[in-house]
Design a protein around this ligand. Structure first.
Ligand code: R5P
Length: 298
């Protein structure tokens, strides 16, 4: 039986996480991904730009449990103008088939788990797609929600493991999305635990949240690439600072939704985020881009 002390705050022991020393990945540009087969590496390269090592995923899958939430009432009008500026569209198959042109050059991160709406216990998810459907839709990545510490934790871990088994058969990466229950602490200890469990289970990408204190220990103790969700809408400069800090502390990109599509000027905001993700722009430089692209209108 593992001792609970093992997941206690470990900074006290000094530099155990070595966030200043990058993990080596012989033969491939992406963290922890050097031993995969060709198809898996190629799909990961459609998500993460091999030149920068980073990705700008645009997340707009929220409707699978929230319906037409703010900013996503008309995906065709609000999100499609953002499509040229991202690397990857993260969405459900329903929106993919009904709204996104088959001619898109963006890679697809397909929401592969589903379950209760916001009206019920959200951790009670199941797998939503079979692997043939994922192949038919040319997915570059499959996203499965994992509720570590949640009521249906084991079920969500099983969802992840089964999708990884299927993805590995066909060379399709699986992104584990760490979901935090309403009453859980959003701290480094929790996100280290959740992210590492997902990676140990075989997730090829882990999506988690940025936190101010100790994010570098989350990214350094997770042996595969981490992308951060944007979370609730915050002021544009703060969102750009969050992205910059996460990248500086070991993340390989963002999977951002509300802080882009709920911005006062989403097209300007996504270009600012892009500069931060792919051009090493500071948050302030990104904000200048945002203001400029707004053309005086925020
Ligand atoms: C949440 O369950 C969805 O997977 C979203 O894709 C995720 O939360 C990222 O979106 P946001 O940046 O709005 O948090």
């Amino acid at each position: 039986m593992a001792d609970l002390d093992d997941i206690q705050e470990v900074r006290k022991a000094g530099k155990l996480f070595y966030p200043e020393i990058k993990q080596q990945t012989p033969g491939f540009f992406l963290k922890g991904s050097g031993n995969y087969d060709w198809g898996m590496k190629n799909r990961l390269s459609q998500i993460f730009n091999p030149l920068t090592g980073n990705t700008l995923m645009l997340a707009f899958d929220h409707g699978y449990f929230q319906g037409p939430t703010t900013g996503l009432e008309r995906v065709d009008l609000s999100v499609m103008p953002l499509e040229p500026y991202c690397d990857t569209l993260m969405l459900t198959r329903g929106i993919l088939r009904s709204i996104v042109p088959g001619s898109t050059q963006r890679s697809i991160a397909l929401r592969a788990s589903s379950g209760p709406s916001i009206l019920k216990e959200m951790s009670n998810e199941v797998l939503a797609l079979d692997i043939q459907e994922c192949i038919r839709l040319n997915a570059s990545c499959l996203a499965v929600q994992v509720f570590i510490g949640g009521e249906f934790e084991t079920q969500s871990v099983d969802n992840l493991s089964r999708m990884i088994n299927l993805g590995n058969q066909y060379g399709i990466p699986v992104m584990a999305v760490t979901a935090v229950g309403k009453d859980m602490a959003r701290d480094a200890r929790y996100f280290r635990l959740a992210s590492r469990i997902c990676a140990e289970l075989g997730a090829h990408i882990v999506k988690t949240y940025y936190i101010e204190d100790g994010f570098d220990t989350i990214s350094s103790s997770c042996p595969v690439p981490i992308v951060i969700a944007g979370g609730k809408k915050i002021p544009e400069l703060d969102a750009l600072r969050m992205a910059r800090n996460a990248l500086d502390q070991g993340a390989n990109g963002v999977d951002m939704g509300r802080n882009i599509f709920q911005s006062e000027n989403p097209v300007a905001m996504i270009q600012a985020v892009r500069a931060v993700v792919h051009e090493a722009a500071s948050a302030e430089a990104g904000y200048e881009i945002y203001l400029k692209k707004c053309g005086g209108r925020k």
